[in-house]
Each structure stands twice: as C-alpha cells, then as structure tokens.
Design a protein around this ligand. Structure first.
Ligand code: IMP
Length: 191
C-alpha cells in the first residue's frame, strides 16, 4: 500500500518508513507533487491535522496521514496551543519563548504539556492518534539542543530540559514519538 505523510521533511518520512516496514510505501508531499501551502486554520491540533490529511486525500485521492503539535500551558488557559509556531506574531523561537516567560512571570503554576495529534485517512475514514508529555515551564532557558520551546520545558521526572537531552533520549519520551508509535502499531496490525 502507498501512504502519503503530509510533510516536506524527508528525514521524518524516512524515519517513519524505517519503523513501518516494507509493506507500506511512504511518500512525502514532494513525492506526489503537492507544492501548495495546505491550510491550517483549526483551533485544535486534531482539526489542523485532519485538515492536512483530508486535503491530500480529497485533492490527490491518496491515503494520507498528517500531524500537528504544540505546547499547552495550564496557567495561560492552554496557550500557545495551535499558535505555538507563531505565538509572538513571528516564527522566531527566541521571541516565542520570551513571550511565554514574560506571561508566566513568577507564577508557581508552571504545569504544561507538549501534544501531538496524527490524523490518518484511509479510504475516507479518519483515525486519530494522540501523544503527550507532561512537564513544567522553567524560569529561564537551559540547553542548546532541540528546537522550539525545548530550552524552557522540563518533562516530569527529569531535572533537565528537552534542550539538554540527546535526540535519542527526547525521542524515547516525546509527544511526537508516542503518537507515532500508536500510528505504527495500528498500521502494522492492519497491513
Ligand atoms: P509542528 O506542528 O510539529 O510543526 O509544531 C508546531 C510548533 O509547536 C513548533 O513550531 C514549535 O514551536 C512547537 N513544538 C512542537 N513540538 C515541539 C518540540 O518537540 N519541542 C519544542 N517545541 C515544539
């Protein structure tokens, strides 16, 4: 079976291909000639992931999955949420982190989680897979690895931030890894 991963990140596509095995052939957006910007206007991760997978299914008639991720902070009513990538009005990671730190100030309620939702569309039917990792927002940045909000997020049970972990260590516990594992076991059980 052929399956599109609605992503342009060839590295992510190859990584998941290696985990799925050879009965499913993964294709990226570039592989299918999808060059336009796919709309992402939902107010939840599931809506956005579903918008992307449905776009490909309807336009190209191909089975597809898409993901959407972000950070939810309890004391900010779940912000930045679906606005994680451009919370400060720009896609600048530094400015986005600074806005979170400024908004939280000295607040002691720093509980937060990263979430990923994957929407899979097979022959028009949608299946959702969710992964999350609970943690807290630090008072200042630590570490230089990762991306996005990693320097200000410490997962529960750890005294280091995501940005201080090796890529392997983060990949073992991350929201994205958990959602991806669920998708892969679903696909393996069916195909
Ligand atoms: P995407 O849906 O995977 O593109 O994630 C949207 C935004 O959420 C990113 O631009 C980051 O700001 C934030 N984000 C998602 N996953 C992570 C992560 O693992 N670490 C840090 N930030 C993340």
């Amino acid at each position: 079976m052929e399956l599109v991963f609605a992503s342009n990140n060839q590295h992510k596509v190859e990584e998941i291909q290696a985990m799925i095995g050879s009965t499913i052939k993964l294709k990226s957006l570039r592989d299918i000639g999808c060059t336009e910007e796919i709309p992402e206007t939902g107010r939840t991760f599931a809506e956005n992931a579903g918008q992307k997978s449905r776009f490909v299914y309807e336009k190209f008639g191909l089975n597809c999955f898409a993901d959407d991720s972000g950070l939810e902070i309890d004391a900010l009513g779940g912000e930045p949420g679906v606005d994680s990538a451009h919370y400060s009005g720009s896609r600048n990671f530094e400015q986005n982190m600074q806005l979170v730190l400024d908004k939280l100030g000295d607040s002691e309620n720093r509980a937060a989680r990263f979430k990923t939702v994957i929407s899979l569309i097979i022959e028009g039917e949608e299946f959702l897979f969710e992964g999350s990792v609970e943690g807290r927002i630090t008072k200042s940045r630590t570490g230089t690895g990762g991306f996005g909000y990693d320097p200000i997020f410490k997962p529960d049970g750890y005294d280091i931030s995501f940005a201080e972990m090796s890529a392997d260590e983060k990949n073992r516990i991350s929201h994205r890894a958990k959602a991806t594992e669920k998708l892969i076991s679903f696909l393996k059980s069916r195909y």
